[in-house]
Design a protein around this ligand. Structure first.
Ligand SMILES: [Zn+2]
Length: 90
């Protein structure tokens, strides 16, 4: 069958900013995008996304990662499920 879609492949191919923008309003701040964290009550825009590195990090609650970790946390799914969902998009 087809070549296995793995986490590394998804990390490199899936646009994290696009995914996060459907859940969080992002505004530009120098080299990153900032917004209100979807994982904790946040009125300080602690949530950062780096388009260059394709990763996110919240400086309030410590949640961080790439496209897989974001979908796992926001949709409460496990790693295998998310790899399948994102693999189908690319
Ligand atoms: Zn947070």
């Amino acid at each position: 069958m087809s070549q296995e879609i793995n986490a590394e492949f998804i990390q490199a191919r899936v646009n994290l900013v696009q995914i996060i923008a459907t859940h969080v309003t992002l505004s530009k701040s120098r080299f990153v995008l900032k917004g209100s964290c979807p994982f904790h009550p946040d009125d300080m825009n602690s949530f950062m996304v780096s388009p260059a590195k394709n990763i996110f990090k919240c400086f309030g609650c410590g949640q961080e990662g790439g496209p897989i970790e974001f979908i796992m946390a926001i949709e409460n799914k496990n790693h295998e499920e998310v790899v399948k969902i994102l693999g189908a998009l690319i």
